[in-house]
Design a protein around this ligand. Sequence first.
Ligand code: ADP
Length: 619
Amino acid sequence: MKKEEKMKWGEHSAIFRRAVKMLFRLDRAFALCTIFNAFFGSVIQYVPIYFSAKLIDAIWTGAAKREIFFYIALTVGLTFLLNLLLTLCRVVENIKIANLYRESEWMYSKKEMEMEYSCIERREIVLLLERSRMESQTGYNLYYLYTSVRMLVQYITVIAASISLTASFFGVKAVPGSMKLALVAGLLATVLYGIYSTAKEEAINQEFWKQCVNLNILAEKYGICISDYSMGMDIRLYGMDEKIAGESLKTDMEFYGDYIKKDRKRLFLSIPSVVLSHLLRFGVYMILIMAVMKGTVSVGSIAKYVACIMLLLDAVSGLVSTFQRVFANNYYLKRFFSYFDIKNSMYQGSLTVEKRLDNEYYVEFKDVSFRYPDTQEYALNHVNVKFKVGEKLAVVGMNGSGKTTFIKLLCRLYDPTEGEILLNGVDIRKYDYDEYMSIFSVVFQDFTLFSFTVGQNVAAAKEYDRERARKVLERAGFGERLATMSAGTDTYLYKDYSEQGVEISGGEAQKIALARALYKDAPFIVLDEPTAALDPVSEYEVYSKFNELSGERTAIYISHRLASCRFCDNIVVFDAGRIVQYGTHKALLEEEGGKYHELWNAQAQYYVSGKEERAQSAQ
Ligand code: ADP
């Protein structure tokens, strides 16, 4: 992996401020609650320290019983009440955390859905998302952010409170200056070692968690292989279980191995810290006891000063480690924000698609060339074609010749690398994206059906018109199968969301996808190899009903089976990303030596030889 560039102070501060603003935007109440709890929780610790000192002094000086009981009641009662309140606030904070994570998950989902199509398959973006998500799950980004905010507030409060409660010690005249100096030196040494060891420990932690992200990504991939039932068949047939389980176990063992190594290193670093802080505690006790014996410091103050100094020490090293955590997390937040900052260039247009009563729309590809993201080869090369709405257009060519790419560009799943596509003379990029997309009903070869109900799949919506869904399913040839489904259009597909969900064949799925295109009722209907998974009878039905299915709409029909394209008004022939012929079936067939003629003859030959074979086997 590339080494990260070191960030400057300004950048650290800008990222942290942006992240804190995001925290407030995601859940303002949670952010406020966290800050309040951190402050309140820190201040509460000083209540028993302060009042216990008063209580001990009262006992030591032989104060009246009433006064002693008053301090006992105050120490215990106040601590109890404040802790009760703090517990309640923490419960609220914990409840709110769930909402914070839900909001942040939704942030990812929303971004993924809003991302332009060409981005979701760009390798660097896929990796960026995968990394950022896994880093968030590992604790970076949001979790480290809000824990850092909480700790910053907590440690700063503790430092301020401890300093204000111990300041009076330095004013005690009876304690010699050399002792005060020794105490300050001891404090400094402990704090400095604390800073050093915390820095080291945090660096070890960060290195470990960084490594963890890689292992987590791997583990998740193996986990998907194991749990995704669609892979279950191949795993069993090819005996891949041992390989997958072995790799998965290896990843786990690597994780635990690293974990143990990390803790061992941390242990050695923390021992001197423990020794130093106890030496300091011992020194503080000695100095204070001497002062008490001289009668210049009250007995109660010993407990107060010792407790405050120890809290101060913890808070200083805590503050250092929190700063380190903030700095480390900023690198992750930078990556996190870089994903959310990816712009969607598809949404730059604003024109509305003209609703023409005369239906006189035309589409023109003007010298369009296109390369897929991260590739060098052009999938389309200088494509020029113009067709009218209402026309039935067939797009033919060998596999890989650019037919699907042509449609993807027409539907604005991608924008051309060069050239332009015009709708009624206007570059399609100038139209409002959502409105432009709404004029296409497309069934791609690799369409997706979701594990929702049949009707929801057809309508592509939660609520839908059942009668209309049933009719289009029948028109797409799914009527008989629908009749066997007990819940009709409300029958769930697959078992992900319902135990009663049904499995369907590839051909049935294709019919549902076709019904989805019909339900949308858009002015353009595009079918990319719509019969590939259908049996011959269903295939014949789709061909023969194609004109009826598409009605007045512009229909674009992609197929490599030329026999099925004859009924189209015009045929576009693709070869190696270029349009090599355009015309009617009759005209193209007459162009001897043309690609269409060649393809037609190749397929006819295939059928002829097939017949001959059958004839021979029948003899
Ligand atoms: P056809 O529909 O005629 O079979 P396609 O339009 O799917 O052909 O493919 C045209 C060319 O573009 C092929 O060389 C194919 O490998 C390439 N291609 C298709 N989809 C992608 C993609 N998502 N990324 C990179 N290359 C692609």
